[in-house]
Design a protein around this ligand. Structure first.
Ligand code: SF4
Length: 289
């Protein structure tokens, strides 16, 4: 799908990509079948706000959960990922559909943007901190071990120290696997540019961003180290960056695994056991072909 019907006050997408348009699900399934027949093993359903996917038709309407099911049923050997979810729209049905299909990868990118209700309202995000935390609780209840990543903006217009502390405490509470972290920079033409003063000085923005980055570094390490001793099914992507004797590939939860292996190749599924971890990589051994 393309476009977005939300008008988050900092975002330029609604002006550059236009209103939300969902594609005919049958053409999506046809494309997935086509790439699978050519040897591809993973597809990603893309949209600015994938959870609001909706196709209206006389044969029956198709929402995002139904689309996920249709693509997952192309083959159990085809992995399905999707991005990006919006906390206000990710439904129980989507979360439960993920649980029902092994080949729907257990990773959700759920941009929070701020842990402060005051900032969320100014950003025109249509959820509260509490709603966000409830969605995370639901995901963790139905999909234990599901990868969770986020986006955050430090130093949005009028952000107080308390708002910033609210973001830090949310990061502490959720302990994301990783995050895209930025400080606010005004985009011409957006609602925020018209309505609010970009009034947090660059030193404060940088300090707040660095505090979030430092905290997230600790959370990433904790999250990756919690996987030590577990086994994962990995889709091989190719040689690792550091050594021709090692392969790399992602587990369903999107964590990158590296392991010594000279036999397998890109597109193979292997099972690995995690021996140790950094804050961005699981160092593994092959346990099964
Ligand atoms: Fe849409 Fe995402 Fe931009 Fe909000 S941030 S307007 S949901 S694209």
């Amino acid at each position: 799908m393309r476009g977005c019907n939300n008008v988050c006050s900092y975002c330029v997408v609604p002006y550059t990509r236009g209103a939300e348009r969902s594609r005919d699900p049958h053409t999506i399934v046809r494309e997935a079948c086509d790439v699978f027949s050519k040897g591809y093993k993973e597809v990603t359903l893309l949209g600015q706000n994938v959870d609001s996917y909706f196709w209206k038709s006389e044969e029956g309407n198709v929402n995002f959960a139904a689309l996920l099911r249709m693509v997952a049923e192309v083959s159990p050997e085809l992995r399905v990922r999707f991005s990006t979810s919006n906390p206000q729209d990710i439904s129980d049905e989507v979360i439960e559909t993920m649980a029902a299909y092994e080949n729907i990868c257990k990773h959700i990118h759920l941009p929070v943007q701020s842990g402060s209700d005051v900032m969320l309202e100014k950003m025109r995000r249509r959820y509260s901190r509490e709603w966000y935390l409830q969605r995370v609780a639901k995901i963790r209840e139905v999909l234990p071990g599901c990868g969770l990543t986020t986006d955050v903006i430090a130093g949005f217009c009028g952000e107080t120290e308390q708002d910033h502390q609210d973001t830090l405490s949310l990061f502490e509470e959720v302990c994301f696997d990783s995050a895209f972290m930025f400080y606010y920079s005004e985009r011409p033409g957006t609602l925020a540019a018209k309505k609010y003063k970009d009034d947090i000085d660059i030193e404060t923005k940088t300090r707040r961003l660095n505090e979030i980055i430092a905290l997230q570094g600790k959370c990433s390490l904790k999250s990756y180290q919690a996987e030590v001793g577990k086994t994962f099914k990995v889709l091989v992507e190719g040689p690792s960056k550091k050594s021709a004797d090692e392969l790399c590939g992602r587990a369903s939860n999107n964590k990158m695994c590296v392991f010594p292996d000279k036999i397998h190749k890109a597109g193979d599924y292997v099972t690995v056991k995690v021996l140790s971890a950094t804050s961005a990589t699981l160092l593994c051994e092959l346990v099964e072909a």
